[in-house]
Design a binder for this molecule. Sequence first.
Ligand code: MSP
Length: 498
Amino acid sequence: MSRYYLTTPIYYVTAKPHLGHAYTTIIGDALARWHRLLGDDVHFLTGTDEHGQKVQDYADEAGKSPKEFVDEIAPLYADAWRHLGITNDDFIRTTEERHKIGVAELLQRCYDAGDIELDLYKGKYCVACEEYYTDDELDPGDLCRIHKRKVEYYEEENYFFRLSRFEDRLLQWYADHPGSIKPEFRGNEALGLIRGGLRDFSVSRTTLKWGIPIPWDPAHVAYVWFDALANYITAIGFGSDDERFQQWWPARHLIGKDIIRHHCVYWPAMLLSAGLEPPAGWAVGGWLLVGGEKMSKTSGNVVNPLELVDDGLDGFRYYVLAETAYGQDGDFTYEGLIARYNSDLANNLGNLAARVATVVEKKCGGIGPAPAADSPLAAVASTSYAATAAAWDEVQPSRALEATWQLIRATNSHLESNEPWKAEPGPAVDAVMGDALEALRIVAILASPAVPQAAQAVWSRIGLPGSVSDQRLPDAASWGGYPGGLTVVKGDPLFPRK
Ligand code: MSP
């Protein structure tokens, strides 16, 4: 069994989660579910990023202590993920003890390696990014390019991480691990950042109090990104449970394109400095835009994901996964959500499930026949599985679903050309329906990472016992698994048209 440790970014707890946060988390959940189907030992981590100037500022504004403030917001994330069917195995908060211990250990290791040194910092800082910028990285008027707001001027004594020393080591590491950042064009962006020259970055603040103290100089607290990135190792026991840490590390990180520098440049360098292995991989997503702009609290265009799942979770999950090629930006629209739902779910999957159950009820006495070994759909199922698996492996959920939906479309066409609803009961009808049931069985498995509720409903309605998520690929996708002789029930429409 291979271990598959997958992480999402940990989200700033400045406000309740929005669709942009749900986007990465749903991709992660679908991937985690896919890998469980493959039989991997999966550990899926998400959590909240609770320290730093930005959180401190929000707490001040709300007239609360930072601790009170984060204790109110962090559970909103955990709750949202529960409502969206997210199957994370752990949820880390950076204010937890296990995290603080691990961050101190990581800092100390980099310090002992000679890669953290005291220096004077003068420069411009975007609090929203929690990042220093040089003049050529800012828009005219000293505006941050991401947040379009004026940066602040800081001058203080900071500890610096000597990132500049890692240029060659990082380039060498990436050369030795080709394809570790997906999609490839995002990997090229990361390499471009490294080749463009690396600047040391400050890892401590003296003006900030809301953070983790530097172990050898507690007048400083750790820079929020150093603190935050460490969550990926502290959550699995770094500094507190070494055996567990060894079991799970390295991770595969899902991130947004805005945090490539931190994850693909800073983070592997920090790990190398501490004598740890860099991550096993990164998958970088684009942004979900609303009206052409990144959804963010600052832009005022936030969509609450929980308002989109009132009448069913799967339609929303499917839209998020299928609509946009992972890595590219995508546009969120309500019209797009409904259109996807009606075409792929109501008309394709829902219609197939309803037709099969209706015909089996009317023409086969409600008992599902077994499939034929030489069914024309067998080859389609095999190609569809191969393409689905390859696309999940590339972290391309939209392509994976497209490949799975090929089998749904082919099965609908098979029914339309045979018209079993017009035929007299008998072996010919049984043959067509056995094949359709077998295709549905495979579809239920392959679609389950995206639409877990509907997949389970299909599974149970065609009479299969237990949970579809207990199936194991690739065996479960081989043609011929539907045993026949099971009671098939129609049930309510899976996806009533909207
Ligand atoms: N706390 C840091 C991450 C630390 S990870 C060690 C942070 N938090 S965030 O809440 O601002 O954003 C987290 C992730 O959510 C980022 O990767 C970001 O790209 C993603 N998204 C936030 N808004 C988004 C969209 N509108 N669309 C897609 N993803 C977006 O950065």
